[in-house]
Design a protein around this ligand. Sequence first.
Ligand SMILES: CC(C)(COP(=O)(O)OP(=O)(O)OC[C@H]1O[C@@H](n2cnc3c(N)ncnc32)[C@H](O)[C@@H]1OP(=O)(O)O)[C@@H](O)C(=O)NCCC(=O)NCCS
Length: 188
Amino acid sequence: VNALAAPATLDTPHLRLRHPTLADAEAMLAYAGDPEVTRYMDWPTQESVASVEEFLRGCLARLADGSELTWAITVPPSDRPIGTISCRMHGAEVDFGYVLHRAFWGRGLATEAARAVVGWLATLDHVARIRATCDAANVASARVLEKSGLVREAAQECATVRPNLGPEPRPTLTFARRRTELPGAKGH
Ligand SMILES: CC(C)(COP(=O)(O)OP(=O)(O)OC[C@H]1O[C@@H](n2cnc3c(N)ncnc32)[C@H](O)[C@@H]1OP(=O)(O)O)[C@@H](O)C(=O)NCCC(=O)NCCS
């Protein structure tokens, strides 16, 4: 993924995805600091605006060097982030992840955001494969990935530590699709 070529905003019927700024830290703490939201994440529940700012500084540095692209999820006309979605390049493979404020769950919004990012990735010739993982117990996220056009391809035991659930590595599901098999891919 080339950061220079990455769209600064992605619009969907209900959402605007835009790059984050440090000023978003307080709004992001509302979900990144909610233990029910962070349960299956691979980072600890955030405890302060300062720690979210630190996280955002890392996101902005990776956005600048192109190694990771992050968008804040907003519901226009509000510009306040209700979630985050990001993707990372690993060779020809891109993986992505997302998180949403609990008050906005169950309305199809994570699927809408994921489809926007997957749809954009599907247009990039240098991307061969799009992948995402989730905890085996994270049924809602697995469903979002299926609805975004990915296919479950592996279940691994003892794969990922979810720090908010304890130190033991937990089972992880992998969903993926070759780029050319995705809706939105050239020639699809
Ligand atoms: C996972 C998450 C992003 C889903 O957001 P969302 O906007 O509610 O997702 P959507 O509404 O687009 O889709 C959720 C799907 O899961 C289903 N679902 C939700 N909870 C479920 C449950 N407990 N059991 C079975 N299905 C469930 C919904 O019915 C829906 O599927 P459907 O459209 O076929 O009915 C949100 O719950 C979240 O932020 N969770 C915490 C962070 C997280 O886990 N992120 C992903 C890490 S891999």
